[in-house]
Design a protein around this ligand. Sequence first.
Ligand code: ACO
Length: 324
Amino acid sequence: PRYARITGTGSYLPPRRLTNAQLAAELAQSGVETSDEWIVERTGIRARHFAATDVACSDLAVEAARHALEAAGRQAAEIDLIIVATSTPDMVFPSTACIVQHKLGVAGCPAFDLQAVCSGFVYALSVADAMIRTGAASRALVIGAEVFSRILDFKDRTTCVLFGDGAGAVVLEASDTPGILATELHADGSHVGILCVPGTVAGGHVTGDPLLKMDGQAVFKLAVRVLDEAARAVLAKAGRQEADVDWLIPHQANIRIMQGTAKKLKLPLEKLVVTVDEHGNTSAASVPLALDHAVRSGRVKPGDTVMLEGVGGGFTWGAVLLDL
Ligand code: ACO
């Protein structure tokens, strides 16, 4: 049998880091009131990174991709599939993946974007896994990259304090031994309205609202339920138990959702990888960013069993169980 295995991880954060206090001071200038205490207590977020205005999603993606290629000991020319998970692409079209391919100095292999908001990386990794197992690809670059700062309404304190910019990537290669053990993806379009950027481009104008809208409490409730269901389903598919999981790397949106998920799975909190404190919610970039930070810090090691989980707009959700 043919499997897919992660052979390298990488990530990139734009240099401009804002603490809650710095963000609160900036927001205060336009009459928007918030505080470090509120943000930390409700979300666990302490800081986030924002890209400069002339930096595009593809710029962050390329940096993360280069680090992942280096870790895998691969050249860009050896890659035969590029998937970029993003909801903040450089352009309406062509895809950010095509722009990334060109910036990496290569051409020819299939490249496409995958849009599943904060579940984007888990979706993209599942698609790449399926394509590798069927023989459609052998060496994939799977990237999650976002510039959510571009779609934030800085007059809405209930959302603008939650998100950040960044990118994470993995190289996923065909292998005789299993890396990815099971994947599980879901969507329910009846919840479109609770988390969306409702605008679009038409007739030469932006029509509708181009900024993020969220019903935080509705998202919270749904997220806690579906993350638990997805975790149990992916374990069952792989024939594994909760106790087999060495590391849980859920979408980094809110520490309370993440800890709730770990507790329901009876996983000690030491097994939960947390980067939301330093990155905020980076949507499709959050899971590969957290994975790369955990690998580079030496916490997550080759041979460890890791559960990745995504949840976000759509509503979409899913999980990937893998041996690193
Ligand atoms: N600073 C200060 N006060 C604030 C702020 C802020 N930034 N934002 C809201 N408040 C106030 C509200 O106005 C409200 O005041 P009121 O009681 O006088 O009306 C009070 O704080 C409580 O607001 P709630 O919305 O009830 O706060 P809650 O505890 O639900 O926390 C939060 C809000 C953090 C958004 C939470 O609901 C949450 O995390 N939801 C999930 C969000 C999420 O995970 N989204 C991403 C998942 S998918 C994706 O990533 C795209």
